[in-house]
Design a protein around this ligand. Structure first.
Ligand code: HEC
Length: 131
């Protein structure tokens, strides 16, 4: 009887472990990390264009469009985070920076660099407080 009880206990513990393992596999990428990763990918790609001195107008505009769309998800991905009002303000500043970069319509690497500076500043301003 004792062995049967131990066997049942062992099976139960094993099943618990399997369930925990499966749910860990299913979790995937947290949305906040995903949003930040996609934005940083765009910034990296834009920086790469400057480093190679290949600043293609259509590609710049496409990347800015992606940045702008994802920046719109910042609060959805992070709130509540504590000081939500401050976070919302800084996320709004990022969107403004992306909008102003787009409206400059950079046509070469120098102009792209100037347009990106404001965006990078907005990234840093929030990271300084919340990251
Ligand atoms: C309004 C606030 C805010 C703005 C604006 C912001 N970030 Fe973040 N970012 C955060 C916070 C908070 C974290 C920490 C998230 C965590 O550790 O889960 C973070 C983390 C990151 C990470 C690390 C992600 C990871 O997987 O740990 C990267 C990369 C990043 N941000 C890139 C950027 C870039 C590029 C921009 C600008 C285009 C930007 N962020 C703008 C708040 C912001």
């Amino acid at each position: 009887m004792k062995y049967v009880a131990l066997l049942v206990l062992g099976l139960f513990i094993g099943a618990l472990g399997a369930v925990a393992g499966l749910s860990a596999l299913r979790q995937g990428t947290p949305y906040d990390d995903a949003v930040m990763t996609v934005m940083s990918q765009q910034m990296g790609a834009l920086r790469g264009m400057r480093e190679k001195n290949q600043c293609d107008v259509a590609e710049i505009s496409r990347r800015f469009g992606l940045l702008s769309a994802i920046a719109g998800e910042t609060e959805h991905a992070f709130l509540p985070i504590g000081d939500d009002a401050k976070f919302t303000e800084l996320a709004g500043n990022l969107r403004d920076a992306v909008m102003s970069a787009r409206s400059r319509q950079p046509e070469n690497c120098d102009e792209l660099g100037q347009a990106m500076a404001g965006i990078a500043g907005a990234c840093k301003a929030c990271h300084d407080v919340f990251r």
